[in-house]
Design a protein. Structure first.
Length: 95
């Protein structure tokens, strides 16, 4: 997706197809927001709680990135399982 423009990326996220886009997109956007808090906290010597806010935001960013990756992995595994099931004809078997 790195070669897509921002509008195209948004369209990919909006597509009504199974993908890890929802959870990973939310995690990525929140991680970017947390990174902005880190930047402001570290760069604002007049903000008494800036260093503490930056540290908290950095920890949150790291957690969000981890969760976003886990979401991608989980959905990829689900889609693989669904493809395998579809190929095996499991959908045709009585239930």
């Amino acid at each position: 997706m790195s070669s897509l423009g921002m509008e195209q990326v948004c369209e990919e996220f909006a597509a009504p197809v199974p993908s890890p886009a929802g959870g990973s997109a939310a995690a990525a956007v929140a991680a970017i927001a947390a990174s902005l808090v880190v930047m402001v906290g570290r760069g604002s010597p007049g903000w008494a709680q800036g260093v503490e806010a930056a540290a908290s935001a950095a920890a949150l960013r790291d957690r969000l990135l981890l969760l976003g990756g886990e979401d991608v992995d989980a959905v990829a595994a689900l889609l693989t399982a669904l493809r395998v099931r579809s190929r095996s004809g499991a959908d045709d078997e009585p239930g």
